[in-house]
Design a protein around this ligand. Structure first.
Ligand SMILES: [Zn+2]
Ligand SMILES: [Zn+2]
Length: 325
């Protein structure tokens, strides 16, 4: 077991959830910003402090939820409260392990208390939900009307699409979910989608001109999904390009529509400390709904099986529970 150095923290991993990013890392062999292989991976994590170096803000036995990055707090984006764009952002990986050593910056800025009563498998999802919270905040900031008058399209109803549906529904926007898998559309309804559409972005059915959306969010990370989002916009609408496409991807946009209809195309990436705290609160307010996303719990030595379940879309999320006996 590693011994924490000055400012560092050692946690026992109580639960680490799998996500699409892990599947990308596993299949593509890396990630454009988060990590280069060979590297430990897994980034959605909650645990218990087992060793705290002197001077740490945390003590042994504290239950914590850890954000997977730490900003510097000093650069221009940090000073503007856009910590997700920090020029010195460091990422934390390696949650698929028995223990996780938190570097000083993470220990100092990215460790949040896990509320009593919040189950570890639910708490571990604070990270992806924080990304969805960040998306909601970006969209609301870019749209002038009341959310209750907005129509929202969420393209892709995987775990993040479902989280986005929940958040946009919680603002009382009218939400439609689009996905090619029937069971995911059922989940979309349980997360608050008022309507669902069985289909895939770019499958030819396409957005209808008479049926535009005020918010259109891509949660597929494909060029077809981005294109579908932009083409679905009403005048004054906001497209949130939330799913990350492969490096080098280019998109063709209809400049006339974007200009004359004042459409907003938002890049949305990662999360901020404020969105992370909001995500923990949201998990506490709907633990059963979010708990349903975790369809399997497996021990650490069955990690590849967990990733295969994700790849085959047999599970929305899998929780790795290293110390569950
Ligand atoms: Zn993730
Ligand atoms: Zn910074």
């Amino acid at each position: 077991m590693p011994e924490p150095g000055p400012g560092e923290l050692l946690i026992r991993v109580d639960a680490a959830t799998t996500c699409g990013t892990d599947v990308k890392v596993y299949r593509r062999g890396g990630h454009p910003t988060m990590l280069a292989l060979p590297s430990p991976f897994g980034h959605e994590v909650t645990g218990t402090v087992v060793r705290a170096a002197a001077g740490s803000f945390h003590t042994e036995g504290d239950a914590v939820v850890v954000a997977n990055s730490a900003s510097c707090g000093k650069c221009q984006p940090c000073r503007h409260k856009r910590e997700n764009l920090c020029r010195n952002l460091i990422y934390l990986n390696g949650a698929f392990a028995d223990y996780l050593l938190l570097p000083e910056a993470v220990a100092k800025r990215s460790v949040h208390p896990r509320p009593a009563g919040l189950a570890p498998v639910v708490a571990a999802m604070a990270e992806p939900l924080a990304c969805a919270v960040h998306c909601l905040e970006r969209c609301l900031g870019a749209w002038s009307g009341p959310p209750t008058e907005a129509r929202t399209l969420v393209i892709g109803c995987g775990p993040l699409g479902l989280m986005l549906i929940d958040l946009f529904h919680s603002m009382r926007t009218h939400v439609r979910g689009l996905d090619p898998h029937r069971h995911r559309l059922e989940a979309a309804r349980s997360f608050g989608a008022a309507e669902t559409h069985l289909g895939r972005a770019g499958d030819g059915s396409g957005p209808a001109a008479e049926d535009p959306f005020d918010f259109a969010i891509d949660a597929t990370g494909t060029p077809a999904g981005w294109d579908h989002a932009v083409r679905s916009l009403a005048p004054g609408g906001v497209a949130a390009l939330f799913g990350g496409c492969r490096p080098g991807t280019e998109l063709v946009i209809d400049a006339e529509r974007v200009h004359y209809q004042e459409q907003t195309l938002l890049g949305v990436y990662h999360h901020r400390p404020s969105s992370f705290r909001a995500a923990i609160d949201r998990l506490c307010s709907a633990p059963e709904r979010y708990g349903a996303l975790v369809e399997r719990e497996l021990p650490l030595d069955r990690l590849t099986e967990a990733l295969d379940l994700m790849t085959g879309r047999h599970a929305l999320k899998v929780a790795i529970r290293p110390h569950r006996g």
